[in-house]
Design a protein around this ligand. Structure first.
Ligand code: 5GP
Length: 192
């Protein structure tokens, strides 16, 4: 496989997309590898550089923008930049694997625009904005302010769902996992 496929999971923060992506990565027969994004945000407890993200300073990140190193990038929250390095996709394709992205809706749709045939873009929808708020609070990784910021952004993000190839409503995690598995399996088996 010279160029594999691209599987994008996008959703408002707290929808459960990370759980879905992590589950799919464990299914070895799918032959997937995770696209490690670059970010200028601070690492959270337990996060590792080069595993969860490539953590870098704001100035380093901006230098990569200048050098045109990103496939897509975005200031997801103020002063918190996130992006996919072109090299990351090449690294995974070179291993003969398909790339899985856990990225925000704008970045996800950018990838779909760049590689329309090669990309499966899935939107993970939380049951409701209220439920999303409860999940973010339970996660205890963000301050109240940041939670409110993420919830406000979620309403805007929900409006982009129809632009994705598929929408998975994450009411029941087990069902969402099964549905995601099926979608990815079919898409990766199809010849372009
Ligand atoms: P978090 O700070 O919770 O890890 O991520 C915040 C948001 O940024 C999430 O919606 C996450 O999916 C998104 N994100 C992570 N990596 C990227 C990326 O490479 N590009 C874009 N556009 N968004 C990303």
């Amino acid at each position: 496989m010279i160029e594999g496929k691209l599987i994008v999971f996008s959703a408002p923060s707290g929808s459960g997309k990370t759980t879905i992506v992590q589950h799919l990565l464990k299914q070895k027969e799918l032959n997937l590898d995770f696209s490690i994004s670059a970010t200028s945000r601070e690492p959270r407890e337990g996060e590792e550089d080069g595993k969860d993200y490539y953590f870098m300073s704001l100035s380093e990140f901006k230098q990569h923008i200048k050098d045109d190193d990103f496939l897509e990038w975005e200031e997801v929250y103020r002063d918190n930049f996130y992006g996919t390095l072109k090299q990351e996709v090449e690294r995974i394709w070179a291993k003969g694997k398909h790339v899985v992205f856990d990225i925000d809706v704008v970045g996800g749709l950018d990838i779909k625009r760049i590689y329309p045939e090669r990309t499966l873009a899935v939107f993970v929808e939380p049951p409701s904005i209220e439920e999303l708020k409860i999940r973010l609070k339970k996660r205890k990784t963000e301050t109240e302010d940041r939670i409110n910021m993420r919830v406000a952004k979620a309403s805007i993000e929900m409006a982009t769902a129809p632009q994705f190839d598929f929408i998975i409503v994450n009411n029941n995690l087990q069902e969402a996992l099964e549905e995601s598995y099926k979608l990815v399996k079919e898409f990766t088996q199809n010849q372009l």
